[in-house]
Design a protein around this ligand. Structure first.
Ligand SMILES: *Cc1c(COP(=O)(O)O)cnc(C)c1O
Length: 376
């Protein structure tokens, strides 16, 4: 476990469950992104962890922000982010929220449909827009399915229309799916992007930017390639298709910026078996699907877990949360082993839990509070 977090937990003994974020890790991740992808502008996807402390560090470092809602816009502006470095990247926005963003100086908006384009043209006249296209999410551990983006053919029509309605057709965006383990997926997307750029050029529209989205991974159970390998794959693809004089590049890391910065500490509430000869124990924790571990939905994200009894002999377990909902089982199919002596009161740590944990926690389902987050 991260040493600073370990020390914080030992010194302060905060009530469980809780999440501790090491801001130094966030800072290092930002700097690594700048170092390995110097030609890309970073727009941190705020939804991954909207803690003001996290946003403040990234404002200090000079990051831009990908925001999806009015409160996220207010949060970033209040902490000193500049509206020119913000992108309203949600393709589903209320017109009055677009108007608000515009009134606060934001001039960059995403869309993937005609209706959204028209909303932007009336509420944010003259702004820059980029169209999100559908791409395969093959290889992603948390795919984003077909909810966002449109087919490139339609994107071409809409980007032409953008100009007709007084907007600036700025570029194209995509998202290869979150926790994307297949480095070649950026090139699959880029193939679609380059042909869209060419189609539009033939129609007299010269796009300026490619938004590479998110998808870079954090460290969970599966082995991953490190940032330099991703950076190399992405830039090789960009240069392969566009040459050295490529368009403006934007990237919107969420998970990779904050995932490895956090540890979620939970407490064992009960260890039991379902029959006398049950070979798997059930370990019930005070954290689960509804208060911090939402990304274990479908057992998609497999966290590295440690316990206060590590070193003892281990046995397979089924892990579950504290609420009275059967969905609140954390891992049943995935093989997790825990110390044989584990019992109520012991502590369990979910590592690399800094993304999509606290912000996705329910408010008080079954009376269990939203998970508390400490930033150190
Ligand atoms: C959530 C989101 C991201 C961040 O994705 P990660 O895989 O967490 O890096 C980036 N861009 C947009 C538009 C998003 O909605």
């Amino acid at each position: 476990m991260n040493k600073r977090i370990q020390k914080f937990l030992a010194d302060n003994k905060p009530a469980t469950p809780c999440l501790v974020i090491d801001l130094d890790v966030v800072r290092q991740n930002y700097r690594a992104m700048r170092r390995y992808l110097p030609k890309t502008e970073v727009f941190y996807a705020v939804k991954a962890n909207p803690a003001p402390e996290v946003v403040r560090v990234l404002v200090e470092e000079g990051s831009g922000f990908d925001v999806a809602s009015l409160p996220e816009i207010q949060l970033c502006l209040d902490l000193g982010a500049s509206p020119e470095r913000m992108s309203f990247g949600n393709t589903i926005k209320k017109e009055r929220d677009i108007a608000y963003a515009y009134s606060r100086g934001i001039r960059l908006f995403a869309f993937d449909s005609e209706e959204e384009l028209l909303k932007i043209s009336s509420a944010a006249p003259g702004s820059m827009v980029y169209c999100r296209i559908l791409v395969e999410n093959e290889g992603a551990q948390w795919p984003l399915s077909r909810k966002f983006g449109c087919e490139p053919e339609m994107a071409a029509d809409l980007l032409c229309q953008a100009r007709e309605v007084g907007l600036v057709p700025h570029g194209v965006s995509f998202h290869v799916g979150s926790q994307q383990l297949d480095l070649s997926q950026w090139d699959v997307a880029m193939t679609r992007v380059v042909s869209l750029f060419m189609t539009l050029l033939e129609r007299g529209v010269e796009l300026q930017a490619i938004d590479l989205g998110g998808g870079l991974p954090a460290h969970y159970q599966e082995q991953i390639e490190e940032l330099p390998a991703y950076a190399e794959a992405v830039m090789r693809s960009v240069i392969g298709h566009f040459g050295m004089r490529h368009p403006r590049l934007m990237i919107e890391p969420g998970r990779s910026m904050v995932g490895d910065s956090g540890v979620l500490q939970a407490e064992v509430v009960l260890v039991s078996r379902k029959s006398n000869d049950d070979c798997k124990r059930w370990v019930y924790l005070d954290a689960g699907r509804f208060n911090g571990l939402s990304e274990t939905l479908g057992e998609a994200i497999a966290y590295n877990i440690t316990t206060s009894r590590d070193g003892d002999e281990t046995e397979p377990v089924i892990l579950a949360g504290p609420t009275c909902d059967s969905v609140d089982v954390i891992y049943e199919k995935k093989e997790y082993r825990m110390p044989v002596g584990l019992r109520a009161g012991d502590l369990v740590y979910f590592n690399s839990c800094g993304a999509y944990a606290a912000s996705v926690s329910s408010v008080n389902f079954n009376g269990f509070e939203a998970i508390k987050q400490y930033c150190i």
